[in-house]
Design a protein around this ligand. Structure first.
Ligand code: ADP
Ligand code: MG
Length: 583
């Protein structure tokens, strides 16, 4: 007995002696691999089997931000990827936590944002025999259709490879979501520390430039040159590319009017003389050549067809890093495949010499329309109505964003989104974050948190009351990390509006209606943030300015007329119609 005990303690001492110098484990290899690749922020929800991983990450100097729900950690990681061009990392527990993170993973993939969802998982042997492990699920198989690539690491010596592949997959070519499956037993696996360090991979040039073919550049220039009414459309791919100077130079040198898609607003200031934003309908209908830069011809652009595009025949030029995007909805006469910075620089170089600005009839027609529409809107934005309507409230917020060009605007809702997108001018790139390609409700607090964390700039989140509800609990996260975020809830007491009634006269309210006079501001106070209650544009202005000046967590409950707004905002046409009359 005593001999055994002695042997054991000698053994332990020996182990201790070698462990600190010569052994590493899965936990630390994961951390070292991330740090080696300059990934220093983790958006997570702790739990089995990744609780200790988060603790060790923090101890090793990573910033580990814990959320209340994985979906919001995931949306945070996705938008962090968009803002930084590095994959945002979301870390979750197995099965349910993993599933909660998947919405964001799919969203990242759909929006072309680089993100890595890392989930702990159960024992392979048990999962594969379906023997009923704790949180058993074949996560790799489930993640695959929702992301660009999915990897699983079974051995500590492969952690470096797994993380390198995940990073490169997320950011190279068209960016997107990647899933990395880390079974629980991997983290505790040990290996020789020196061999472990050698097994790590630093990803060299993770998103290499992709130069366009010279003949493709010439083809695009020929189309632009022969156009009488050319138009440039900038999408969020252009904002993501961080080729801001080149894009601005191209637009200005070409003299061509441009339309920014929602998240491309501010790439050039919305007040730029070539902006066709307020003349969108005219620009789409009357143009005869359209150059898409990092924008897809998806539903957000009516697939390039139909009423919105008018009857004028058009030639399309498309700049995109993804060759398969070409011809997705109609013929692209001049596909320009490459990274946006390189493509735009090549076009610019090719414009030297005999480049002529588009005919002034066209540019003047657009300018005139812009002026008419802007001056028509102006008085509506100055109303001080009580209860507030969308224009009065947004008129005030428009001024505030104008005065604070570094602030980041997060925006979701239906009417709240549609009105804010067109009313609030942006003046710098990547300052407007919103619902993206799917029109997701629920991105709000996750995006706000990541925007504050990644940029250090103040954030103004303008939220419909329904949209806010999806991520509302994350205001505790905002308070916990003392982030400079001001949330404004446009509270009209319901989804779309607060006025629907139950046609049966029963006790339940209509499906789209919330509690009347809800006090979202008090939610914020519950966690130590500052709550404000605003019933007029003047009160709203004062509250938001005070909150933004303080740099502290705040929520302004902005009471909006429950009659204001329309069903589904501007996309009510997407609702199917019943042939049986509404009661
Ligand atoms: P929006 O919704 O603003 O119109 P989309 O998300 O539809 O924008 O389109 C973005 C496009 O940008 C995608 O087709 C994507 O492949 C492309 N893209 C993303 N990053 C780059 C890049 N660095 N270079 C070229 N194209 C890019
Ligand atoms: Mg509402």
């Amino acid at each position: 007995m005593s001999t055994t005990a002695t042997a054991q303690s000698i053994d332990e001492n020996l182990d201790e002696g070698t462990e600190s110098q010569e052994l590493t484990d899965g936990f630390h290899l994961i951390i070292d691999a991330l740090k080696l690749n300059d990934i220093n922020t983790i958006y997570n929800v702790p739990g089995i089997p990744i609780t200790d991983l988060g603790r060790y990450m923090q101890a090793e100097g990573l910033r580990v931000l814990s959320f209340r729900h994985e979906q919001h950690a995931g949306y945070a990681a996705a938008i962090a990827g968009y803002l930084t061009k590095k994959p945002g990392v979301c870390l979750t527990v197995s099965a349910p936590g993993f599933l909660n993170g998947l919405t964001a993973l799919a969203h990242a993939t759909t929006n072309c944002f680089p993100m890595i969802l890392i989930s702990g998982s159960s024992e392979r042997e048990v999962v594969d025999l379906m023997q009923g492990d704790y949180e058993e699920m074949d996560q790799l198989a489930i993640a695959k259709p929702l992301c660009k690539a999915a990897y699983r690491v079974l051995h500590a010596e492969d952690i470096g490879t797994g993380i390198a592949r995940a990073i490169r997959s997320a950011v190279s070519g068209r960016p997107g979501g990647v899933y990395l499956d880390l079974p629980a037993q991997l983290m505790g696996q040990t290996m020789d520390a020196a061999a472990g360090a050698k097994s790590l991979i630093k990803v060299i040039d993770p998103a290499p430039r992709q130069l366009p073919a010279p003949e493709a550049v010439d083809r695009a220039l020929d189309v632009l040159k022969s156009a009488k009414r050319p138009l440039i459309i900038l999408g969020k791919g252009a904002a993501y590319a961080q080729a801001d100077d080149e894009i601005r130079a191209l637009v200005e040198k070409s003299g061509i009017p441009y339309l920014p898609m929602s998240m491309a607003k501010g790439l050039l200031p919305d007040t730029h003389p070539q902006s066709a934003g307020p003349a969108r309908s005219l620009a789409l209908k009357e143009s005869d050549a359209v150059m898409l830069i990092g924008a897809r011809l998806n539903w957000l652009l009516s697939h390039g067809k139909g009423k919105a595009w008018g009857t004028q025949p058009k030639k399309f030029i498309q700049i995109d890093i993804e060759p398969k995007e070409m011809d997705s909805n109609l013929e692209i006469v001049a596909p320009l495949v490459g990274d946006i910075g390189s493509c735009v620089s090549a076009l610019l170089a090719g414009m030297d010499g005999d480049w002529k600005a588009p005919p002034s009839e066209w540019t003047e027609a657009i300018k005139a329309k812009v002026e008419t529409n802007v001056s028509r809107m102006a008085p509506r934005l100055q109303n001080n109505n009580v209860p507030m309507d969308f224009h009065g409230a947004l008129g005030v917020l428009r001024t505030i964003i104008g005065e604070r060009p570094d602030a980041i605007l997060v925006n979701e809702g239906a009417n709240t989104l549609d009105f804010a997108r067109s009313i609030i001018d942006m003046s710098k790139p990547r300052k407007r974050l919103d619902v993206g390609t799917w029109g997701v409700m629920g991105i709000g607090m996750g995006q706000a948190i990541a925007a504050a964390v990644e940029t250090g700039h103040p954030v103004l989140a303008i939220e419909g009351d329904s949209a806010f509800g999806f991520s509302g609990m994350e205001i505790e996260t905002i308070c916990r990390y003392k982030l400079p975020i001001c949330v404004v809830v446009f509270n009209n007491g319901g989804i779309y509006r607060g006025t629907d009634v139950n046609p049966t006269g029963g006790d339940d309210v209509a499906p789209t209606v919330f509690v009347k006079d809800a006090r979202y501001d008090k939610m914020m106070e519950a966690f130590g943030g500052k709550g404000y209650y605003a019933t007029s544009p003047d009160e709203l202005k004062q509250a938001v300015n005070e909150a933004m000046d303080s740099g502290k967590p705040a929520l302004v409950n902005a009471v909006i007329d429950e009659n204001a707004g329309t069903e589904s905002g501007r996309i009510g046409n997407l609702n199917p119609q019943s042939v049986v009359a509404k009661k």
